[in-house]
Ligand binder design. Structure first.
Ligand code: CP
Length: 310
């Protein structure tokens, strides 16, 4: 059983809750392998996707996951809504709730704003990415994929590479992997490694050649062009030269290493196409697993709301 009606971050979950989500997702993955991929589990419930930042994977994955659970789904279109007239996030969310929303999946550019929102609505709030803070469902689908490919987390060596400073994916993954007992290495230029993350019992490397040696998992991060100020790195070419994942560098990892990327990828900047599309890549499997993990999250949070209202 989860403790909260909301999923705001991995920080708020304990290891037992994370494993419970992964086990529940495994059940839903079995459902998704069947001819008929739909279950009536959440019939009569309403899920609203509120995305204030662009998304391909997360938004479509939540929409399809909600449909697979037989809910009614509304994709709130921010550019054609009253948000452009200045309506606040909380007023928008309360309006959507008044129309009957049970679950709100929200992506927003302000770090931490969803913690405030969750206090103002009875609906379950799911964080689909808030600024540079957290992206919990991405970390959960990443953990699901790692467990499926590698088994136990205990002793697993995971290297997270690149723009850690701006990456909510990296932060959620560090919290998640540490709670599950994996060893985490962070690799990147000093300018893109935030000080706060060094306190989390991780190993920090400023060289790909040193950091990739003997790892089980390499997780590449997207360089977040839209969040870069000036001076974090000199040029895209230079970034690729020092921090790009090439076949030569991947040879330093374990023979059966898996390569992950949350997407969208900057091919030729953080990762070469030969690796992204090669035999070690599980990037598209991450996307597939996201569906099962998001079904599990919506289903489990609905259970918490049920308990709280009875
Ligand atoms: N991984 C991820 O969050 O991708 P989108 O931005 O396409 O949702």
């Amino acid at each position: 059983m989860l403790k909260s009606k909301d999923l705001l971050g991995i920080k708020e979950l304990d290891g037992e809750e994370i494993l419970y989500i992964l086990d529940t997702a495994a059940g839903f993955k079995d459902v998704l392998m069947r001819d008929i991929k739909k279950v009536p589990t959440m019939r009569g419930r309403t899920v609203v996707n509120l995305f204030f930042e662009p998304s391909t994977r997360t938004r479509t994955s939540f929409e399809l996951a909600a449909k697979r659970l037989s809910t009614d789904v509304i994709n709130f279109s921010v550019p054609t809504s009253s948000v452009v007239k200045g309506e606040s996030l909380i007023d928008t969310a309360q309006t959507v709730q008044a129309l009957g929303a049970d679950t709100m999946v929200v992506r927003h550019s302000s770090s931490g704003v969803l913690h405030l929102l969750a206090k103002h609505v009875r609906a379950s709030v799911i964080n689909a990415g808030d600024g540079i803070n957290e992206h919990p469902t991405q970390a959960l689908l990443d953990a699901f994929t790692m467990r499926e490919k590698k088994g136990a987390f205990e002793g697993m060596e995971v290297a997270i590479v690149g723009d850690i400073l701006h990456s909510r994916v990296a932060k959620s993954n560090v919290y998640c992997l540490k709670k599950l007992g994996a060893k985490v290495r962070l690799i990147g230029p000093p300018t893109l490694l935030p000080d706060c993350i060094r306190d989390l019992d991780v190993q920090v490397y400023h060289s790909m050649e040193e950091g990739l040696r003997g790892v089980d998992v390499v997780m590449m991060l997207r360089i977040q062009m839209e969040r870069q100020g000036t001076g974090y790195f000199p040029s895209k070419d230079e970034y690729f030269r020092y921090w790009g994942l090439t076949a030569e560098r991947l040879k330093l990892a374990k023979k059966d290493v898996i390569v992950m990327h949350p997407g969208p990828m900057n091919r030729g900047i953080e990762i070469t196409s030969s690796i992204a599309d090669g035999p070690h890549s599980v990037i598209l499997e991450q996307v597939t697993n996201g569906l099962a993990v998001r079904m599990a999250i919506m289903y489990l949070l609905a259970g918490v709301r049920n308990e709280n209202t009875h």
